[in-house]
Design a protein around this ligand. Structure first.
Ligand code: GTP
Ligand code: MG
Length: 390
């Protein structure tokens, strides 16, 4: 189990104390709501589940679909890469900046911070403290000064010093929302004057302990400046882990990282497969299956690494030449079997998803993976959404 999910697992166990192989829709509804999956999304998921006894694989497909938006493509850029960090007061912006900086430092990159939250003197002090601790440069000014000027100077300074990454802090609250909106838009404009296409990534920090109530504020920030990705913080201290599904689904934005503590190392790249499988481990008895599930075992220590899990260990051994011939020949029997399996869960789920999002088979590809000897459905970001071993 993912260590940071423990409180959510506790909440799930309060309504479903016993893990089972199948659940009724009513039971699943209770579980999902208790984990703070938003009601609307629970309804959608349940509507698409067919049969009396719902199996793990059926729920897994639906939960993965809710996270299908977790796609982020790094834009082309010239260094420095500029991250602009926004979010409401206390969401965890400044702490997350220290974590991101630490992440970049671990990749041997040079980092510079821009203290563009000039609304409070304490905000500048807090970021300066982190810069000192991490031994990295910071560009700041006095309280009340123009935050876009700080952003501009930070980027110019980074260019002159050949720094790889600039991370810019911003205020979470001003006197009015309109002030905040025009200030953030101005910072974005000025960043692009200092460096082409900057800020390259506008990241919204969401306080995970707020669960679904953070969705409205997130929408507001997205309207102010188009957000590129989300970081959800404080997931170590909440039983509302299920809100990750509804946040991603409602905002149609990728979740890039999650924060699971107050230390610079407490930032994890969000891996939807690990998350979904860990979530399901709290509900279902692990089925004897030939399909590998990721993150099924306790990896609390590994959770604290930024690298996605190495999945190689779960890959079955190389198929024989005969297996490969079968895959390519796709005899009628094989085809019929595949279509049956797709119909029983995957195809049904995918086809409904196509209709809802006007996707096409060009977004979802059915391919043959020789190495692993399986059919695979790839989703938009090239990840395997479902797979069927021969
Ligand atoms: N447990 C836990 N605490 C966190 C996490 N991220 C931030 N915090 C704590 O949340 C509080 C607020 O974090 P800040 O980083 O100051 O939040 P901010 O968004 O910069 O706040 P303002 O500057 O006031 O707008 C601090 O006490 C942090 O230590 C996290 O992932 N887990
Ligand atoms: Mg702050």
């Amino acid at each position: 189990m993912l260590g940071w999910l423990s409180k959510t697992v506790g909440a799930i166990q309060s309504v479903a104390p016993e893990k089972k192989v199948t659940f009724s829709k009513d039971e699943l509804e209770d579980v999902l709501l208790e984990a703070d999956v938003e009601y609307d999304l629970v309804e959608i998921i349940l509507r698409e589940l067919h049969g009396e006894k719902i199996k793990r694989e059926q729920v897994r497909s639906k939960l993965l679909v809710a996270l299908t938006w977790a796609k982020y493509e790094l834009p082309e850029y010239e260094t420095p890469f500029v991250d602009l960090i926004v979010g409401v007061n206390g969401a965890g912006k400044t702490t997350t900046i220290s974590k991101l900086a630490s992440h970049y430092l671990s990749e041997n990159k040079k980092v510079l911070l821009g203290a563009a939250d000039t609304f409070r003197a304490a905000a500048i002090e807090q970021l300066t403290l982190w810069a000192d601790r991490l031994n990295i440069p910071i560009v700041s000014t006095q309280q009340g000064h123009d935050p876009s000027a700080v952003a501009f100077d930070a980027i110019k300074s980074a260019k002159a010093k050949k720094i790889d990454h600039v991370i810019i802090d911003t205020a979470g609250r001003l006197h009015t929302q309109k002030n905040l909106s025009s200030e953030l838009q101005k910072i974005v404009r000025i960043c692009s004057k200092a460096h082409e296409n900057a800020p390259h990534r506008k990241m919204l920090i969401i306080d995970g302990t707020q669960g679904n109530s953070a969705i409205t504020q997130a929408r507001a920030f997205n309207e102010m400046i188009d957000i590129d990705g989300i970081i959800i913080t404080k997931l170590d201290g909440t039983a509302k882990g299920g809100s990750i599904f509804s946040i991603a689904y409602a905002l149609k934005l990728p979740i890039l990282f999650i924060g699971v503590g107050e230390q610079p190392t407490d930032l994890i790249s969000f891996d939807k497969y690990r998350f979904v499988d860990s979530f399901l481990d709290a509900i279902f008895v692990s089925e004897k299956t030939d399909k590998p599930t990721f993150g099924a075992e306790d990896k609390t220590e590994a959770d604290r690494t930024i690298e996605p899990e190495n999945r190689e260990e779960a890959v079955p051994s190389r198929p024989s030449d005969e297996d490969i011939r079968r895959l390519h020949a796709l005899k009628d029997d094989d085809k019929r079997q595949l279509i049956k399996r797709l119909n029983s869960d995957g195809y049904d789920m995918l086809s409904q998803h196509f209709v809802r999002n006007q996707s096409t088979w060009n977004d979802y590809k059915l391919t043959v993976n020789e190495e692993k000897c399986q059919w695979e459905i790839h989703d938009k970001d090239g990840s395997i959404l479902k797979y069927y071993p021969l």
